[in-house]
Design a binder for this molecule. Structure first.
Ligand code: LCV
Length: 256
């Protein structure tokens, strides 16, 4: 059974997560299908891509598939992790990728939304980044995704509290471009995508890549990188990560 639905109409691509039973948890399989769909849409010269959930349910995506996270003492979000590959694929796509959000967004899916070029939501959307609930040390690229977009105090509140930021506040702090009534969300998003299809694809691609390079150019030297990696190693070798993932799978609250 495919885990996504994808289409291309009037140069606008749509990729819909279709794993409702697991609340669109981003498994390696679903991610592989999504990356393949992006490659196909690029080959077919899509001028915009919309990421959505096929089912307008309570949850847009429950984030990284926790059952696929390593239990043992290894880096839980390495560069090669499927989710990290998806974030890079979205940022490298040579046209705007728009997240159309109905429902709640959790963990790695929140990072995915932050990697999209634009985000539109309705009154049901909310955004939570949750490594602190799993005792998981988030990675440098992920922090930069949030820091290049939101005020530091908001980034810290989101990462420390791991609580959902609801729609109205998400618009005010800048997680989303706009919040519109659920009944208008699809029209609003596709109207914006249609506007992009009338503009120079070359100019937009160059602008998107330039902004990506400039927004990611956080100058850190190797020693600083190793220091940051050491901070992560201390956490994922520590007890919290084991307790956090075990508690999730045993469907109980973690005790840190
Ligand atoms: C696998 C799941 C998941 C799931 N994985 O439905 O950001 S980081 O660093 O933390 C990163 C590592 C990350 O993204 O971690 C995951 C962060 N995600 C979360 O913390 C959200 C965890 N899920 C939930 O809190 C609830 O499932 C929500 C609120 C999303 C939906 O609640 P609801 O009551 O509607 P259930 O909890 O009953 O879930 C339905 C099925 O989806 C599975 C869950 O185990 C259940 O499977 P079974 O029916 O087989 O028991 N599921 C939900 N989230 N992230 N599987």
């Amino acid at each position: 059974m495919p885990l996504i639905k994808t289409s291309l109409t009037d140069d606008i691509g749509t990729i819909g997560f279709d794993r409702e039973a697991k609340r669109n948890a981003l498994s390696a399989g679903l991610i592989a299908e999504t990356i393949a769909a992006l490659d196909d849409l690029e080959a077919r010269k899509a001028r915009a891509v919309i990421l959505r959930s096929v089912v307008a349910g309570k949850v847009w995506s429950a984030g990284h598939d926790v059952e696929e996270l390593p239990r043992a003492n290894v880096d839980p979000l390495p560069y090669s992790d499927p989710l990290e590959q998806l974030l890079r694929a979205v940022k490298a796509f040579p046209a705007p990728v728009i997240a159309m959000v109905h429902g709640t967004v959790w963990g790695g899916a929140c990072d995915l939304v932050m990697a999209c070029d634009l985000v539109y939501g309705d009154e049901t959307c909310a955004f939570a980044i949750t490594p602190a609930k799993l005792g998981l040390p988030y990675n440098v690229a992920g922090f930069l995704n949030f820091m290049s977009r939101l005020p530091l105090n908001v980034v810290k509140e989101m990462f420390f509290a791991a609580e959902p930021v609801p729609a109205e506040r998400a618009e005010r702090v800048g997680i989303v471009n706009r919040i519109v009534p659920a009944a208008d969300l699809e029209q609003t998003v596709y109207d914006m995508a249609r506007t992009f299809t009338t503009r120079s694809a070359a100019a937009i691609a160059a602008a998107k890549e330039s902004i990506r390079v400039l927004s990611e150019s956080a100058p850190i030297n190797p020693a600083t990188f190793e220091y940051l990696h050491g901070l992560r190693r201390d956490v994922y070798f520590g007890p919290d990560y084991h307790e956090g993932t075990a508690a999730f799978l045993e469907k109980r609250e973690p005790k840190f």
